[in-house]
Design a protein around this ligand. Structure first.
Ligand code: GDP
Ligand code: IMO
Ligand code: MG
Length: 427
């Protein structure tokens, strides 16, 4: 029995939802450990499409526990709306557990996310405006409100009073907005508290006990390595720690309980929002990938920027996360291209480098150095084993293996659960 952390190896939207849903077949617990409803994870099973923002992608299995860990920030409105939508599909959510110490996204966080973005002007980050960043800021400013606080009404009222005193000053003074009313937020959130009661517990203990009794635990990352607050392309990042280390703190388990770390990577690269992207294609190949791969944001509907696979990024993700294998998704999207390219290094100020630079200015000056491989014509959506792939597609996958030095655990050749080629046991 083992524990597996699944992380995005690029800038998010790598297909983590699909891979989580696939691997969850073997899991007993599926745990989200960071981020909030800035995430958008798509699962397609039996022609039904499910878009999850907050609830873990294991929710389709009634016999698996789905846990929202302490590192996640929770917008109660989104949580209950997502749950109601699942209820309509016959998914009860009885198997859902939520950490008592997860922080709440409050109405002022959503307002601030939008106002701060507007104020940044040309330096905007392209956030999802879901209040995720400001909620993490309050957590670290020790001004945050946690789910457990909703069960102590007097404490909650006092915490909210203090938070509003601060945020109304900012909202009215800096942004010229109307102040928020304590009574309106108070009643709404205390009512959410009542509804939360049946889901909330010490999830760190729950996960520990599952690990100790030899259960399979799958940690589902949101966002991706290059969006990590420390290791991503700062400041064009999210406010949490999507990297594998974040699973330990965000779920409340010791790092020694993590057995395997799978990085999910698209067979090409995408990014939504602003920030550096060395292999971005602004030509017709980029447009082709966007159309064929339906590269439009699950959360905001924004067109995703598309580009060639970046081997420098993948090697960086392998190192920062300690990846033990890689899952490649959307290989089918590259079919019909006469030539496919992989970036193996960057040219920076006349020098060839193979390590991802931290410095934003340097990264913006990096030019990708490509290796060209022959493409393949065939539609590969029906492939179920590696031999079903055309030789050039197999060669492309082998090259990713060589560049990253990692085993490939699976290849996804379409969005549906069964459109998967398993190569290595993950659990
Ligand atoms: P996540 O945020 O990492 O879970 O990824 P998203 O769900 O935001 O974006 C991935 C998109 O690609 C979704 O629409 C998936 O249904 C789709 N997808 C996942 N794997 C594959 C694949 O192998 N091939 C194709 N064509 N689509 C895929
Ligand atoms: P999943 O889990 C792709 C991006 C936003 C923006 C930056 C900061 O679906 O892979 P935020 O709202 O987090 O403060 O925005 O991060 N971003 C994502 N991009 N996939 C995601 O999640 C993302 N979550 C945030 O576009 O550039
Ligand atoms: Mg997504």
């Amino acid at each position: 029995m083992s524990t597996v952390v699944l992380v995005g190896a690029q800038w998010g939207d790598e297909g983590k939802g699909k891979v989580t849903d696939y691997l969850a077949q073997q899991a007993d617990l599926v745990v989200r450990y960071q981020g909030g409803n800035n995430a958008g994870h798509t699962i397609i099973v039996d022609q039904t499409t499910l878009q999850l923002h907050l609830i873990p992608s294991g929710i389709l299995y009634k016999d698996k526990l789905c846990v929202i860990g302490n590192g996640v920030v929770i917008d109660p409105e989104v949580f209950f709306e997502e749950l109601e939508n699942l209820n309509k599909m016959g998914i009860t959510g009885e198997n859902l557990r939520v950490s008592d110490i997860a922080h709440l996204i409050m109405p002022y966080h959503k307002l601030l996310d939008a106002f701060e973005e507007d104020k940044r002007g040309e330096m905007k980050l392209g956030t999802t405006k879901r209040g995720v960043g400001p909620a993490y800021v309050d957590k670290y400013a020790r001004r945050g409100i946690r789910i457990g606080d909703l069960f102590e009404p007097d404490l909650f009222r006092e915490k909210l009073r203090r938070a509003l005193e601060y945020h109304n000053f900012i909202l009215t003074g800096i942004y010229g907005a109307k102040p928020l009313k304590q009574s309106e937020i108070e009643d709404k959130y205390l009512a959410y508290g009542e509804r939360f009661k049946k889901y909330v517990q010490d999830t760190s203990l729950l996960i520990y006990e599952a690990v100790k009794s030899d259960k399979n635990v799958l940690f589902e990352g949101a966002q991706g390595t290059l969006l990590d607050i420390d290791h991503g392309t700062y400041p064009y990042v999210t406010c949490s720690q999507p990297v594998s280390g974040g699973a330990a703190t965000g779920a409340g388990i010791g790092p020694n309980y993590i057995d395997k770390i799978v990085g999910v990577a698209k067979a090409y690269t995408t990014r939504v929002g602003e920030g550096p992207f060395p292999t971005e294609l602004t030509d017709e190949i980029g447009d082709y990938i966007r159309e064929k791969g339906h590269e439009f944001g699950t959360t905001t509907g924004r067109p995703r920027r598309c580009g060639w696979l970046d081997g420098v990024v993948l090697k960086y993700a392998a190192r920062i996360n300690g990846l033990t294998s890689i899952a490649i998704t959307k290989l089918d999207v590259l079919s019909s291209l006469p030539v496919v390219k992989i970036c193996t290094g960057y040219k920076l100020d006349g020098k060839y480098i193979e390590n991802f630079p931290h410095n934003l200015g340097e990264l913006l000056r990096c030019e990708p150095v490509y290796e060209e491989l022959p493409g393949w014509e065939e539609d590969i959506g029906g492939a179920r084993k590696i031999e079903d792939l055309p030789p050039n597609a197999q060669r492309y996958v082998r090259r990713i293996q060589e560049i990253t030095g990692l085993k490939i655990s699976l290849i996804a050749v379409g969005p549906a659960r069964e459109q998967t080629i398993p190569l290595e046991d993950v659990f």
